[in-house]
Design a protein around this ligand. Sequence first.
Ligand code: SF4
Length: 235
Amino acid sequence: MTEQVQHTAKDLEELAERAGRELEDAPALEILRWAADTFGPRFCVTSSMEDAVVAHLASRVLPGVDVVFLDTGYHFPETIGTRDAVAAVMDVNVITLTPRRTVAEQDAEYGPKLHDRDPDLCCALRKVKPLEEGLRGYDAWATGLRRDESPTRAGTPVVGWDPKRAKVKVSPIARWTQADVDAYVDEHGVLTNPLLMDGYASVGCAPCTRRVLEGEDARAGRWAGRAKTECGLHG
Ligand code: SF4
């Protein structure tokens, strides 16, 4: 690993834009190796525990890499089980972030089922804010975003600038298809959320996730029936 240097926000933005151009056609491992060499411990992976593909890839270039998981309090038990299995068997350091309020405290303050009445506020309180706080110690974070997941993700750069958090955002499998993910999971025996075998194509909080129907895109089961397509972490 090369020596890491302290970066200003301006440096980081320039680094991100240059790397996005230079690594556009690079394999996922090469993109992650660049991130590991450039940022070292100031780089982390975020995971929704839908699968552990990016965490697995990152652990190959940065053993013990921090894997950040947002526990919104609304996850399926299968998702929490996947998080625990990843922590137990993979060479990664799982860090669980929690919102300031428990679900009960949020219900008391905002009324029950805020996710049905104002999902943007619920996501802001339970996802966006905790992630913003949790990423403070990092210069760069990796996601599992893929261009083929939905039209809103079609332009995802492999390395880009995240202006909301002033961080470099690395999406090493942006160019992968679902078939690429499946092949990697099979080849390496990567842990996946059991719900993927039960009709779910994208796994989020239980109240806002349903199974997908034949012909729907992978994220059609998220906030179904609403105009909302993203939780605010990636937009
Ligand atoms: Fe709330 Fe649904 Fe967003 Fe989860 S996905 S934080 S339950 S609105």
